[in-house]
Design a protein around this ligand. Structure first.
Ligand SMILES: Cc1cc2nc3c(=O)[nH]c(=O)nc-3n(C[C@H](O)[C@H](O)[C@H](O)COP(=O)(O)OP(=O)(O)OC[C@H]3O[C@@H](n4cnc5c(N)ncnc54)[C@H](O)[C@@H]3O)c2cc1C
Length: 462
């Protein structure tokens, strides 16, 4: 993943996102994007919009942070986005089942193949274990493509069962979209930060085995925002449950003709940030996905990187091995690298992200069958980007977990912040943008993005 900071030896903490508020509430999540035009971020400083403040700012807002970290998941060729979402299509929710199905010696895993917990770390973990179970009785050597949660989980299970496994990873590190770096005195997660739904969640056990402590996080412990916004979203969710043809229709079809600023903000948090896409691109049925996730949410004291490090211990992982082609047939699998290297095995577990598969960054020979093509057409690669900001001192409310910001002129911009001080005890904030707004911001310079976030903080002061 790409990020940048003003300080090479950043300190900081981690944040999160993928607000699962609706899931926590036991509902679905729904989203919308209707008002992309209204939400499109302007490079104009948010403070110029004259917000009335949100009560979160308790001191003087400095002109600049002491350091920052910015993600850019849409420009990362080994991710091509943040996580999968269900797009309106005739395939509907079968898309994930079709994507998970084996093709000859190829077996598929990754968050996008999880029907029970898509777009999550534990969905990826479980998918890797499922793929390992699939091939438990098929003898032979195994190549695992990708060293994220899915690939590491598959390799771990197979190696523990005595199988010969090599993991091929394009990056110079393991973890994939899970990536933790020191920043601002804490450990900042640049991809996932939360365990969503701690009840019966295999990630909780794995974290404990790896010596990683959960930090309870309460999305409802918030400052700013609007009760009216949550009510609007709840009603929208209910109408989504009753909607016909929910797999083929976009959520935007359920929105009223006119959506006010508060409602736009709710959609920004619950749809664009949650799914990484806007309502016009998200299937109504997406709100029904992930309902098995139960319990509260937790951040991690050492970040997700400590868990993937633990999972990778002792595995044969070949880093900077960028796969260019996967050739498969009755006699096994040959995998080629961009450098001209090749490896052969009886079986392969492919854990490439949905964005990488959709972009065809890796060639399959023969091409994948039509079921897989249909599955990929029924899924999208969403975008959620993070901005970590470190400061000398805390100048915001120290008790809230979440700081909501409704910019009256731009409610999709910087709508959701995590109070890093409460979670990690250091003066750090984590801000998010999702969907179309995040895609627009991906073209901005670092200076423009940081200035815009600082303007939002000033505007929060009223
Ligand atoms: C900003 C952000 C926030 C998120 N927040 C949360 C959260 O709070 N909680 C949560 O549960 N989930 C969250 N997620 C989702 C979570 O990160 C993913 O669901 C999970 O990490 C996916 O794991 P995976 O193994 O399926 O894919 P990946 O981790 O992407 O693993 C795939 C691997 O394949 C490798 N690869 C790609 N191309 C090639 C190639 N050509 N050759 C070789 N290797 C290749 C990649 O480098 C990568 O290591 C978030 C994601 C992002 C980006």
């Amino acid at each position: 993943m790409n990020y940048s900071g003003t300080s090479p030896d950043l300190p900081a903490l981690s944040g999160i996102n993928l607000s699962r508020r609706s899931l926590v509430l036991g509902g679905l999540a729904l989203g919308t994007t209707f008002a992309l035009a209204a939400c499109a971020p302007s490079k104009r400083s948010a403070s110029l919009t004259g917000g009335a403040g949100n009560g979160a700012i308790t001191g003087d807002v400095p002109e600049r942070p002491t350091s920052f970290l910015r993600t850019s998941w849409s420009t990362d060729p080994f991710a091509e986005g943040s996580y999968s979402f269900l797009a309106p299509s005739d395939v509907g929710t079968d898309a994930r089942i079709l994507l998970a199905a084996p093709v000859g010696p190829l077996h598929f895993a990754g968050e996008s193949t999880s029907s029970s917990a898509p777009a999550t770390t534990h969905g990826a973990l479980e998918s890797g274990r499922r793929a390992a179970t699939e091939i438990a009785d098929i003898p032979g050597t195994v190549l695992v493509i990708g060293a994220g949660f899915a690939g590491l989980a598959a390799a771990r299970a197979l190696v523990d069962a005595g199988r010969e496994v090599i993991v091929l990873e394009a990056r110079d590190r393991t973890g994939g979209r899970a990536h933790t770096v020191p920043f601002g005195g804490a450990l900042a997660d640049l991809g996932p930060s939360w365990i969503h739904g701690v009840t019966n969640n295999p990630m909780v056990q794995l974290a404990a085995e790896g010596g990683v402590e959960p930090i309870a996080f309460d999305y409802d412990n918030e400052i700013g925002g609007s009760e009216k916004a949550w009510l609007f979203f709840e009603e929208l969710t209910e109408s989504a449950l009753d909607a016909g043809n929910a797999e083929a229709r976009p959520l935007s079809e359920l929105l009223p003709d006119s959506v006010n600023v508060t409602q736009q903000w709710a959609l920004s948090v619950e749809v664009s940030n949650e799914y990484g896409t806007d309502a016009s691109e998200l299937a109504i049925a997406a709100l029904d996905e992930g309902k098995a996730i139960r319990g509260g949410d937790a951040l991690l004291d050492k970040g997700y990187g400590a868990i993937t490090d633990y999972l990778a211990t002792g595995l044969d992982v070949r880093l900077e091995w960028v796969v260019s082609e996967i050739e498969y047939g009755d006699d096994g699998v040959t995998v080629y690298s961009v450098d001209g290297a090749q490896l052969r095995a009886n079986l392969a577990v492919v854990t490439l992200p949905v964005g990488v598969l959709r972009a065809a960054n890796v060639e399959f020979t023969p091409p994948l069958p039509s079921d897989k093509v249909d599955a990929l057409a029924g899924l999208g690669s969403g975008l959620l980007d993070k901005l970590w900001l470190a400061f000398d001192d805390v100048f915001w409310d120290t008790e809230a977990d979440v700081i909501n910001w409704i910019d009256p002129h731009n409610p999709g911009l910087w709508p959701f912040w995590v109070n890093g001080y409460k979670a990690f005890g250091v003066p750090v904030l984590l801000a998010f943008n999702g969907g179309g707004v995040a895609r627009d911001l991906a073209d901005w310079s670092d200076d423009e993005v940081v200035a815009s976030a600082m303007a939002a903080l000033s505007a929060m002061a009223g």
